[in-house]
Design a binder for this molecule. Structure first.
Ligand code: IMP
Ligand code: MG
Length: 179
């Protein structure tokens, strides 16, 4: 669809995001004080979020990345998520914090949690920049949430629209003009 037929509305500015990440970073640093923290970030959507978040964490932290993808028109919901590139390390002794850009249906987070459990971490929690609770297909609540948003398609700050716009420093909602 032509971009001109869409309405672009800024939801969160660079400053909104930076302010919220400072708070989240402080909270995480406090909660994981004296714990072996391992942030595992889900590519590609959360590369911007993760890079900014970890710089607001002031305790020692290891960081690695998993590449996930979801089948847009999957027949079975549970089989929708795929891990394209996994971490190599065993997670014994680590407190894992999964970082993702957005939780919508919840299927990605659920799948990755189950996947990482097999690597034997001491604990697993999740941290998402955006939470879209109206999109849920399964019951799951992220442990740390940047912002809760309505059921809109959002773009920017790592989130893509037709594989573009990940580099925008703010977050937009994109809707059809006649909606
Ligand atoms: P899930 O539906 O919770 O499994 O989310 C799967 C993935 O879909 C997220 O990690 C995002 O990469 C992507 N996604 C979900 N909602 C949006 C959106 O509004 N804009 C861009 N990507 C989205
Ligand atoms: Mg994603």
């Amino acid at each position: 669809m032509n971009i001109d037929q869409k309405v672009w509305e800024v939801l969160f500015s660079e400053k909104d995001i930076a302010d919220r990440l400072s708070e989240l970073g402080k909270q995480i640093s406090n909660d994981y004080k004296d714990k072996n923290l391992y942030v595992i970030s889900l590519l590609r959507g959360s590369f911007v979020f993760t890079a900014d978040l970890v710089r607001k964490i002031d305790i020692p932290v290891k960081i690695d990345f998993i590449t996930t993808s979801s089948y847009e028109h999957g027949i079975e919901t549970t089989g929708r998520v795929k891990i394209i590139n996994d971490i190599k390390e065993d997670l014994t002794g680590y407190h894992v914090l999964i970082a993702d850009d957005i939780t919508d249906s919840g299927l990605t987070m659920k799948y990755v949690i189950e996947h990482l459990k097999a690597k034997n971490p001491t604990s697993i929690k999740s941290c998402v920049l955006l939470d879209k609770p109206e999109g849920r297909q399964i019951e799951i609540t992220p442990d740390y949430i940047g912002f809760t948003i309505p059921d809109k398609f959002v773009v920017g700050y790592g989130l893509n629209y037709g594989d573009y716009y990940r580099n925008l420093p703010y977050i937009f909602a994109v809707t059809d003009k006649d909606r």
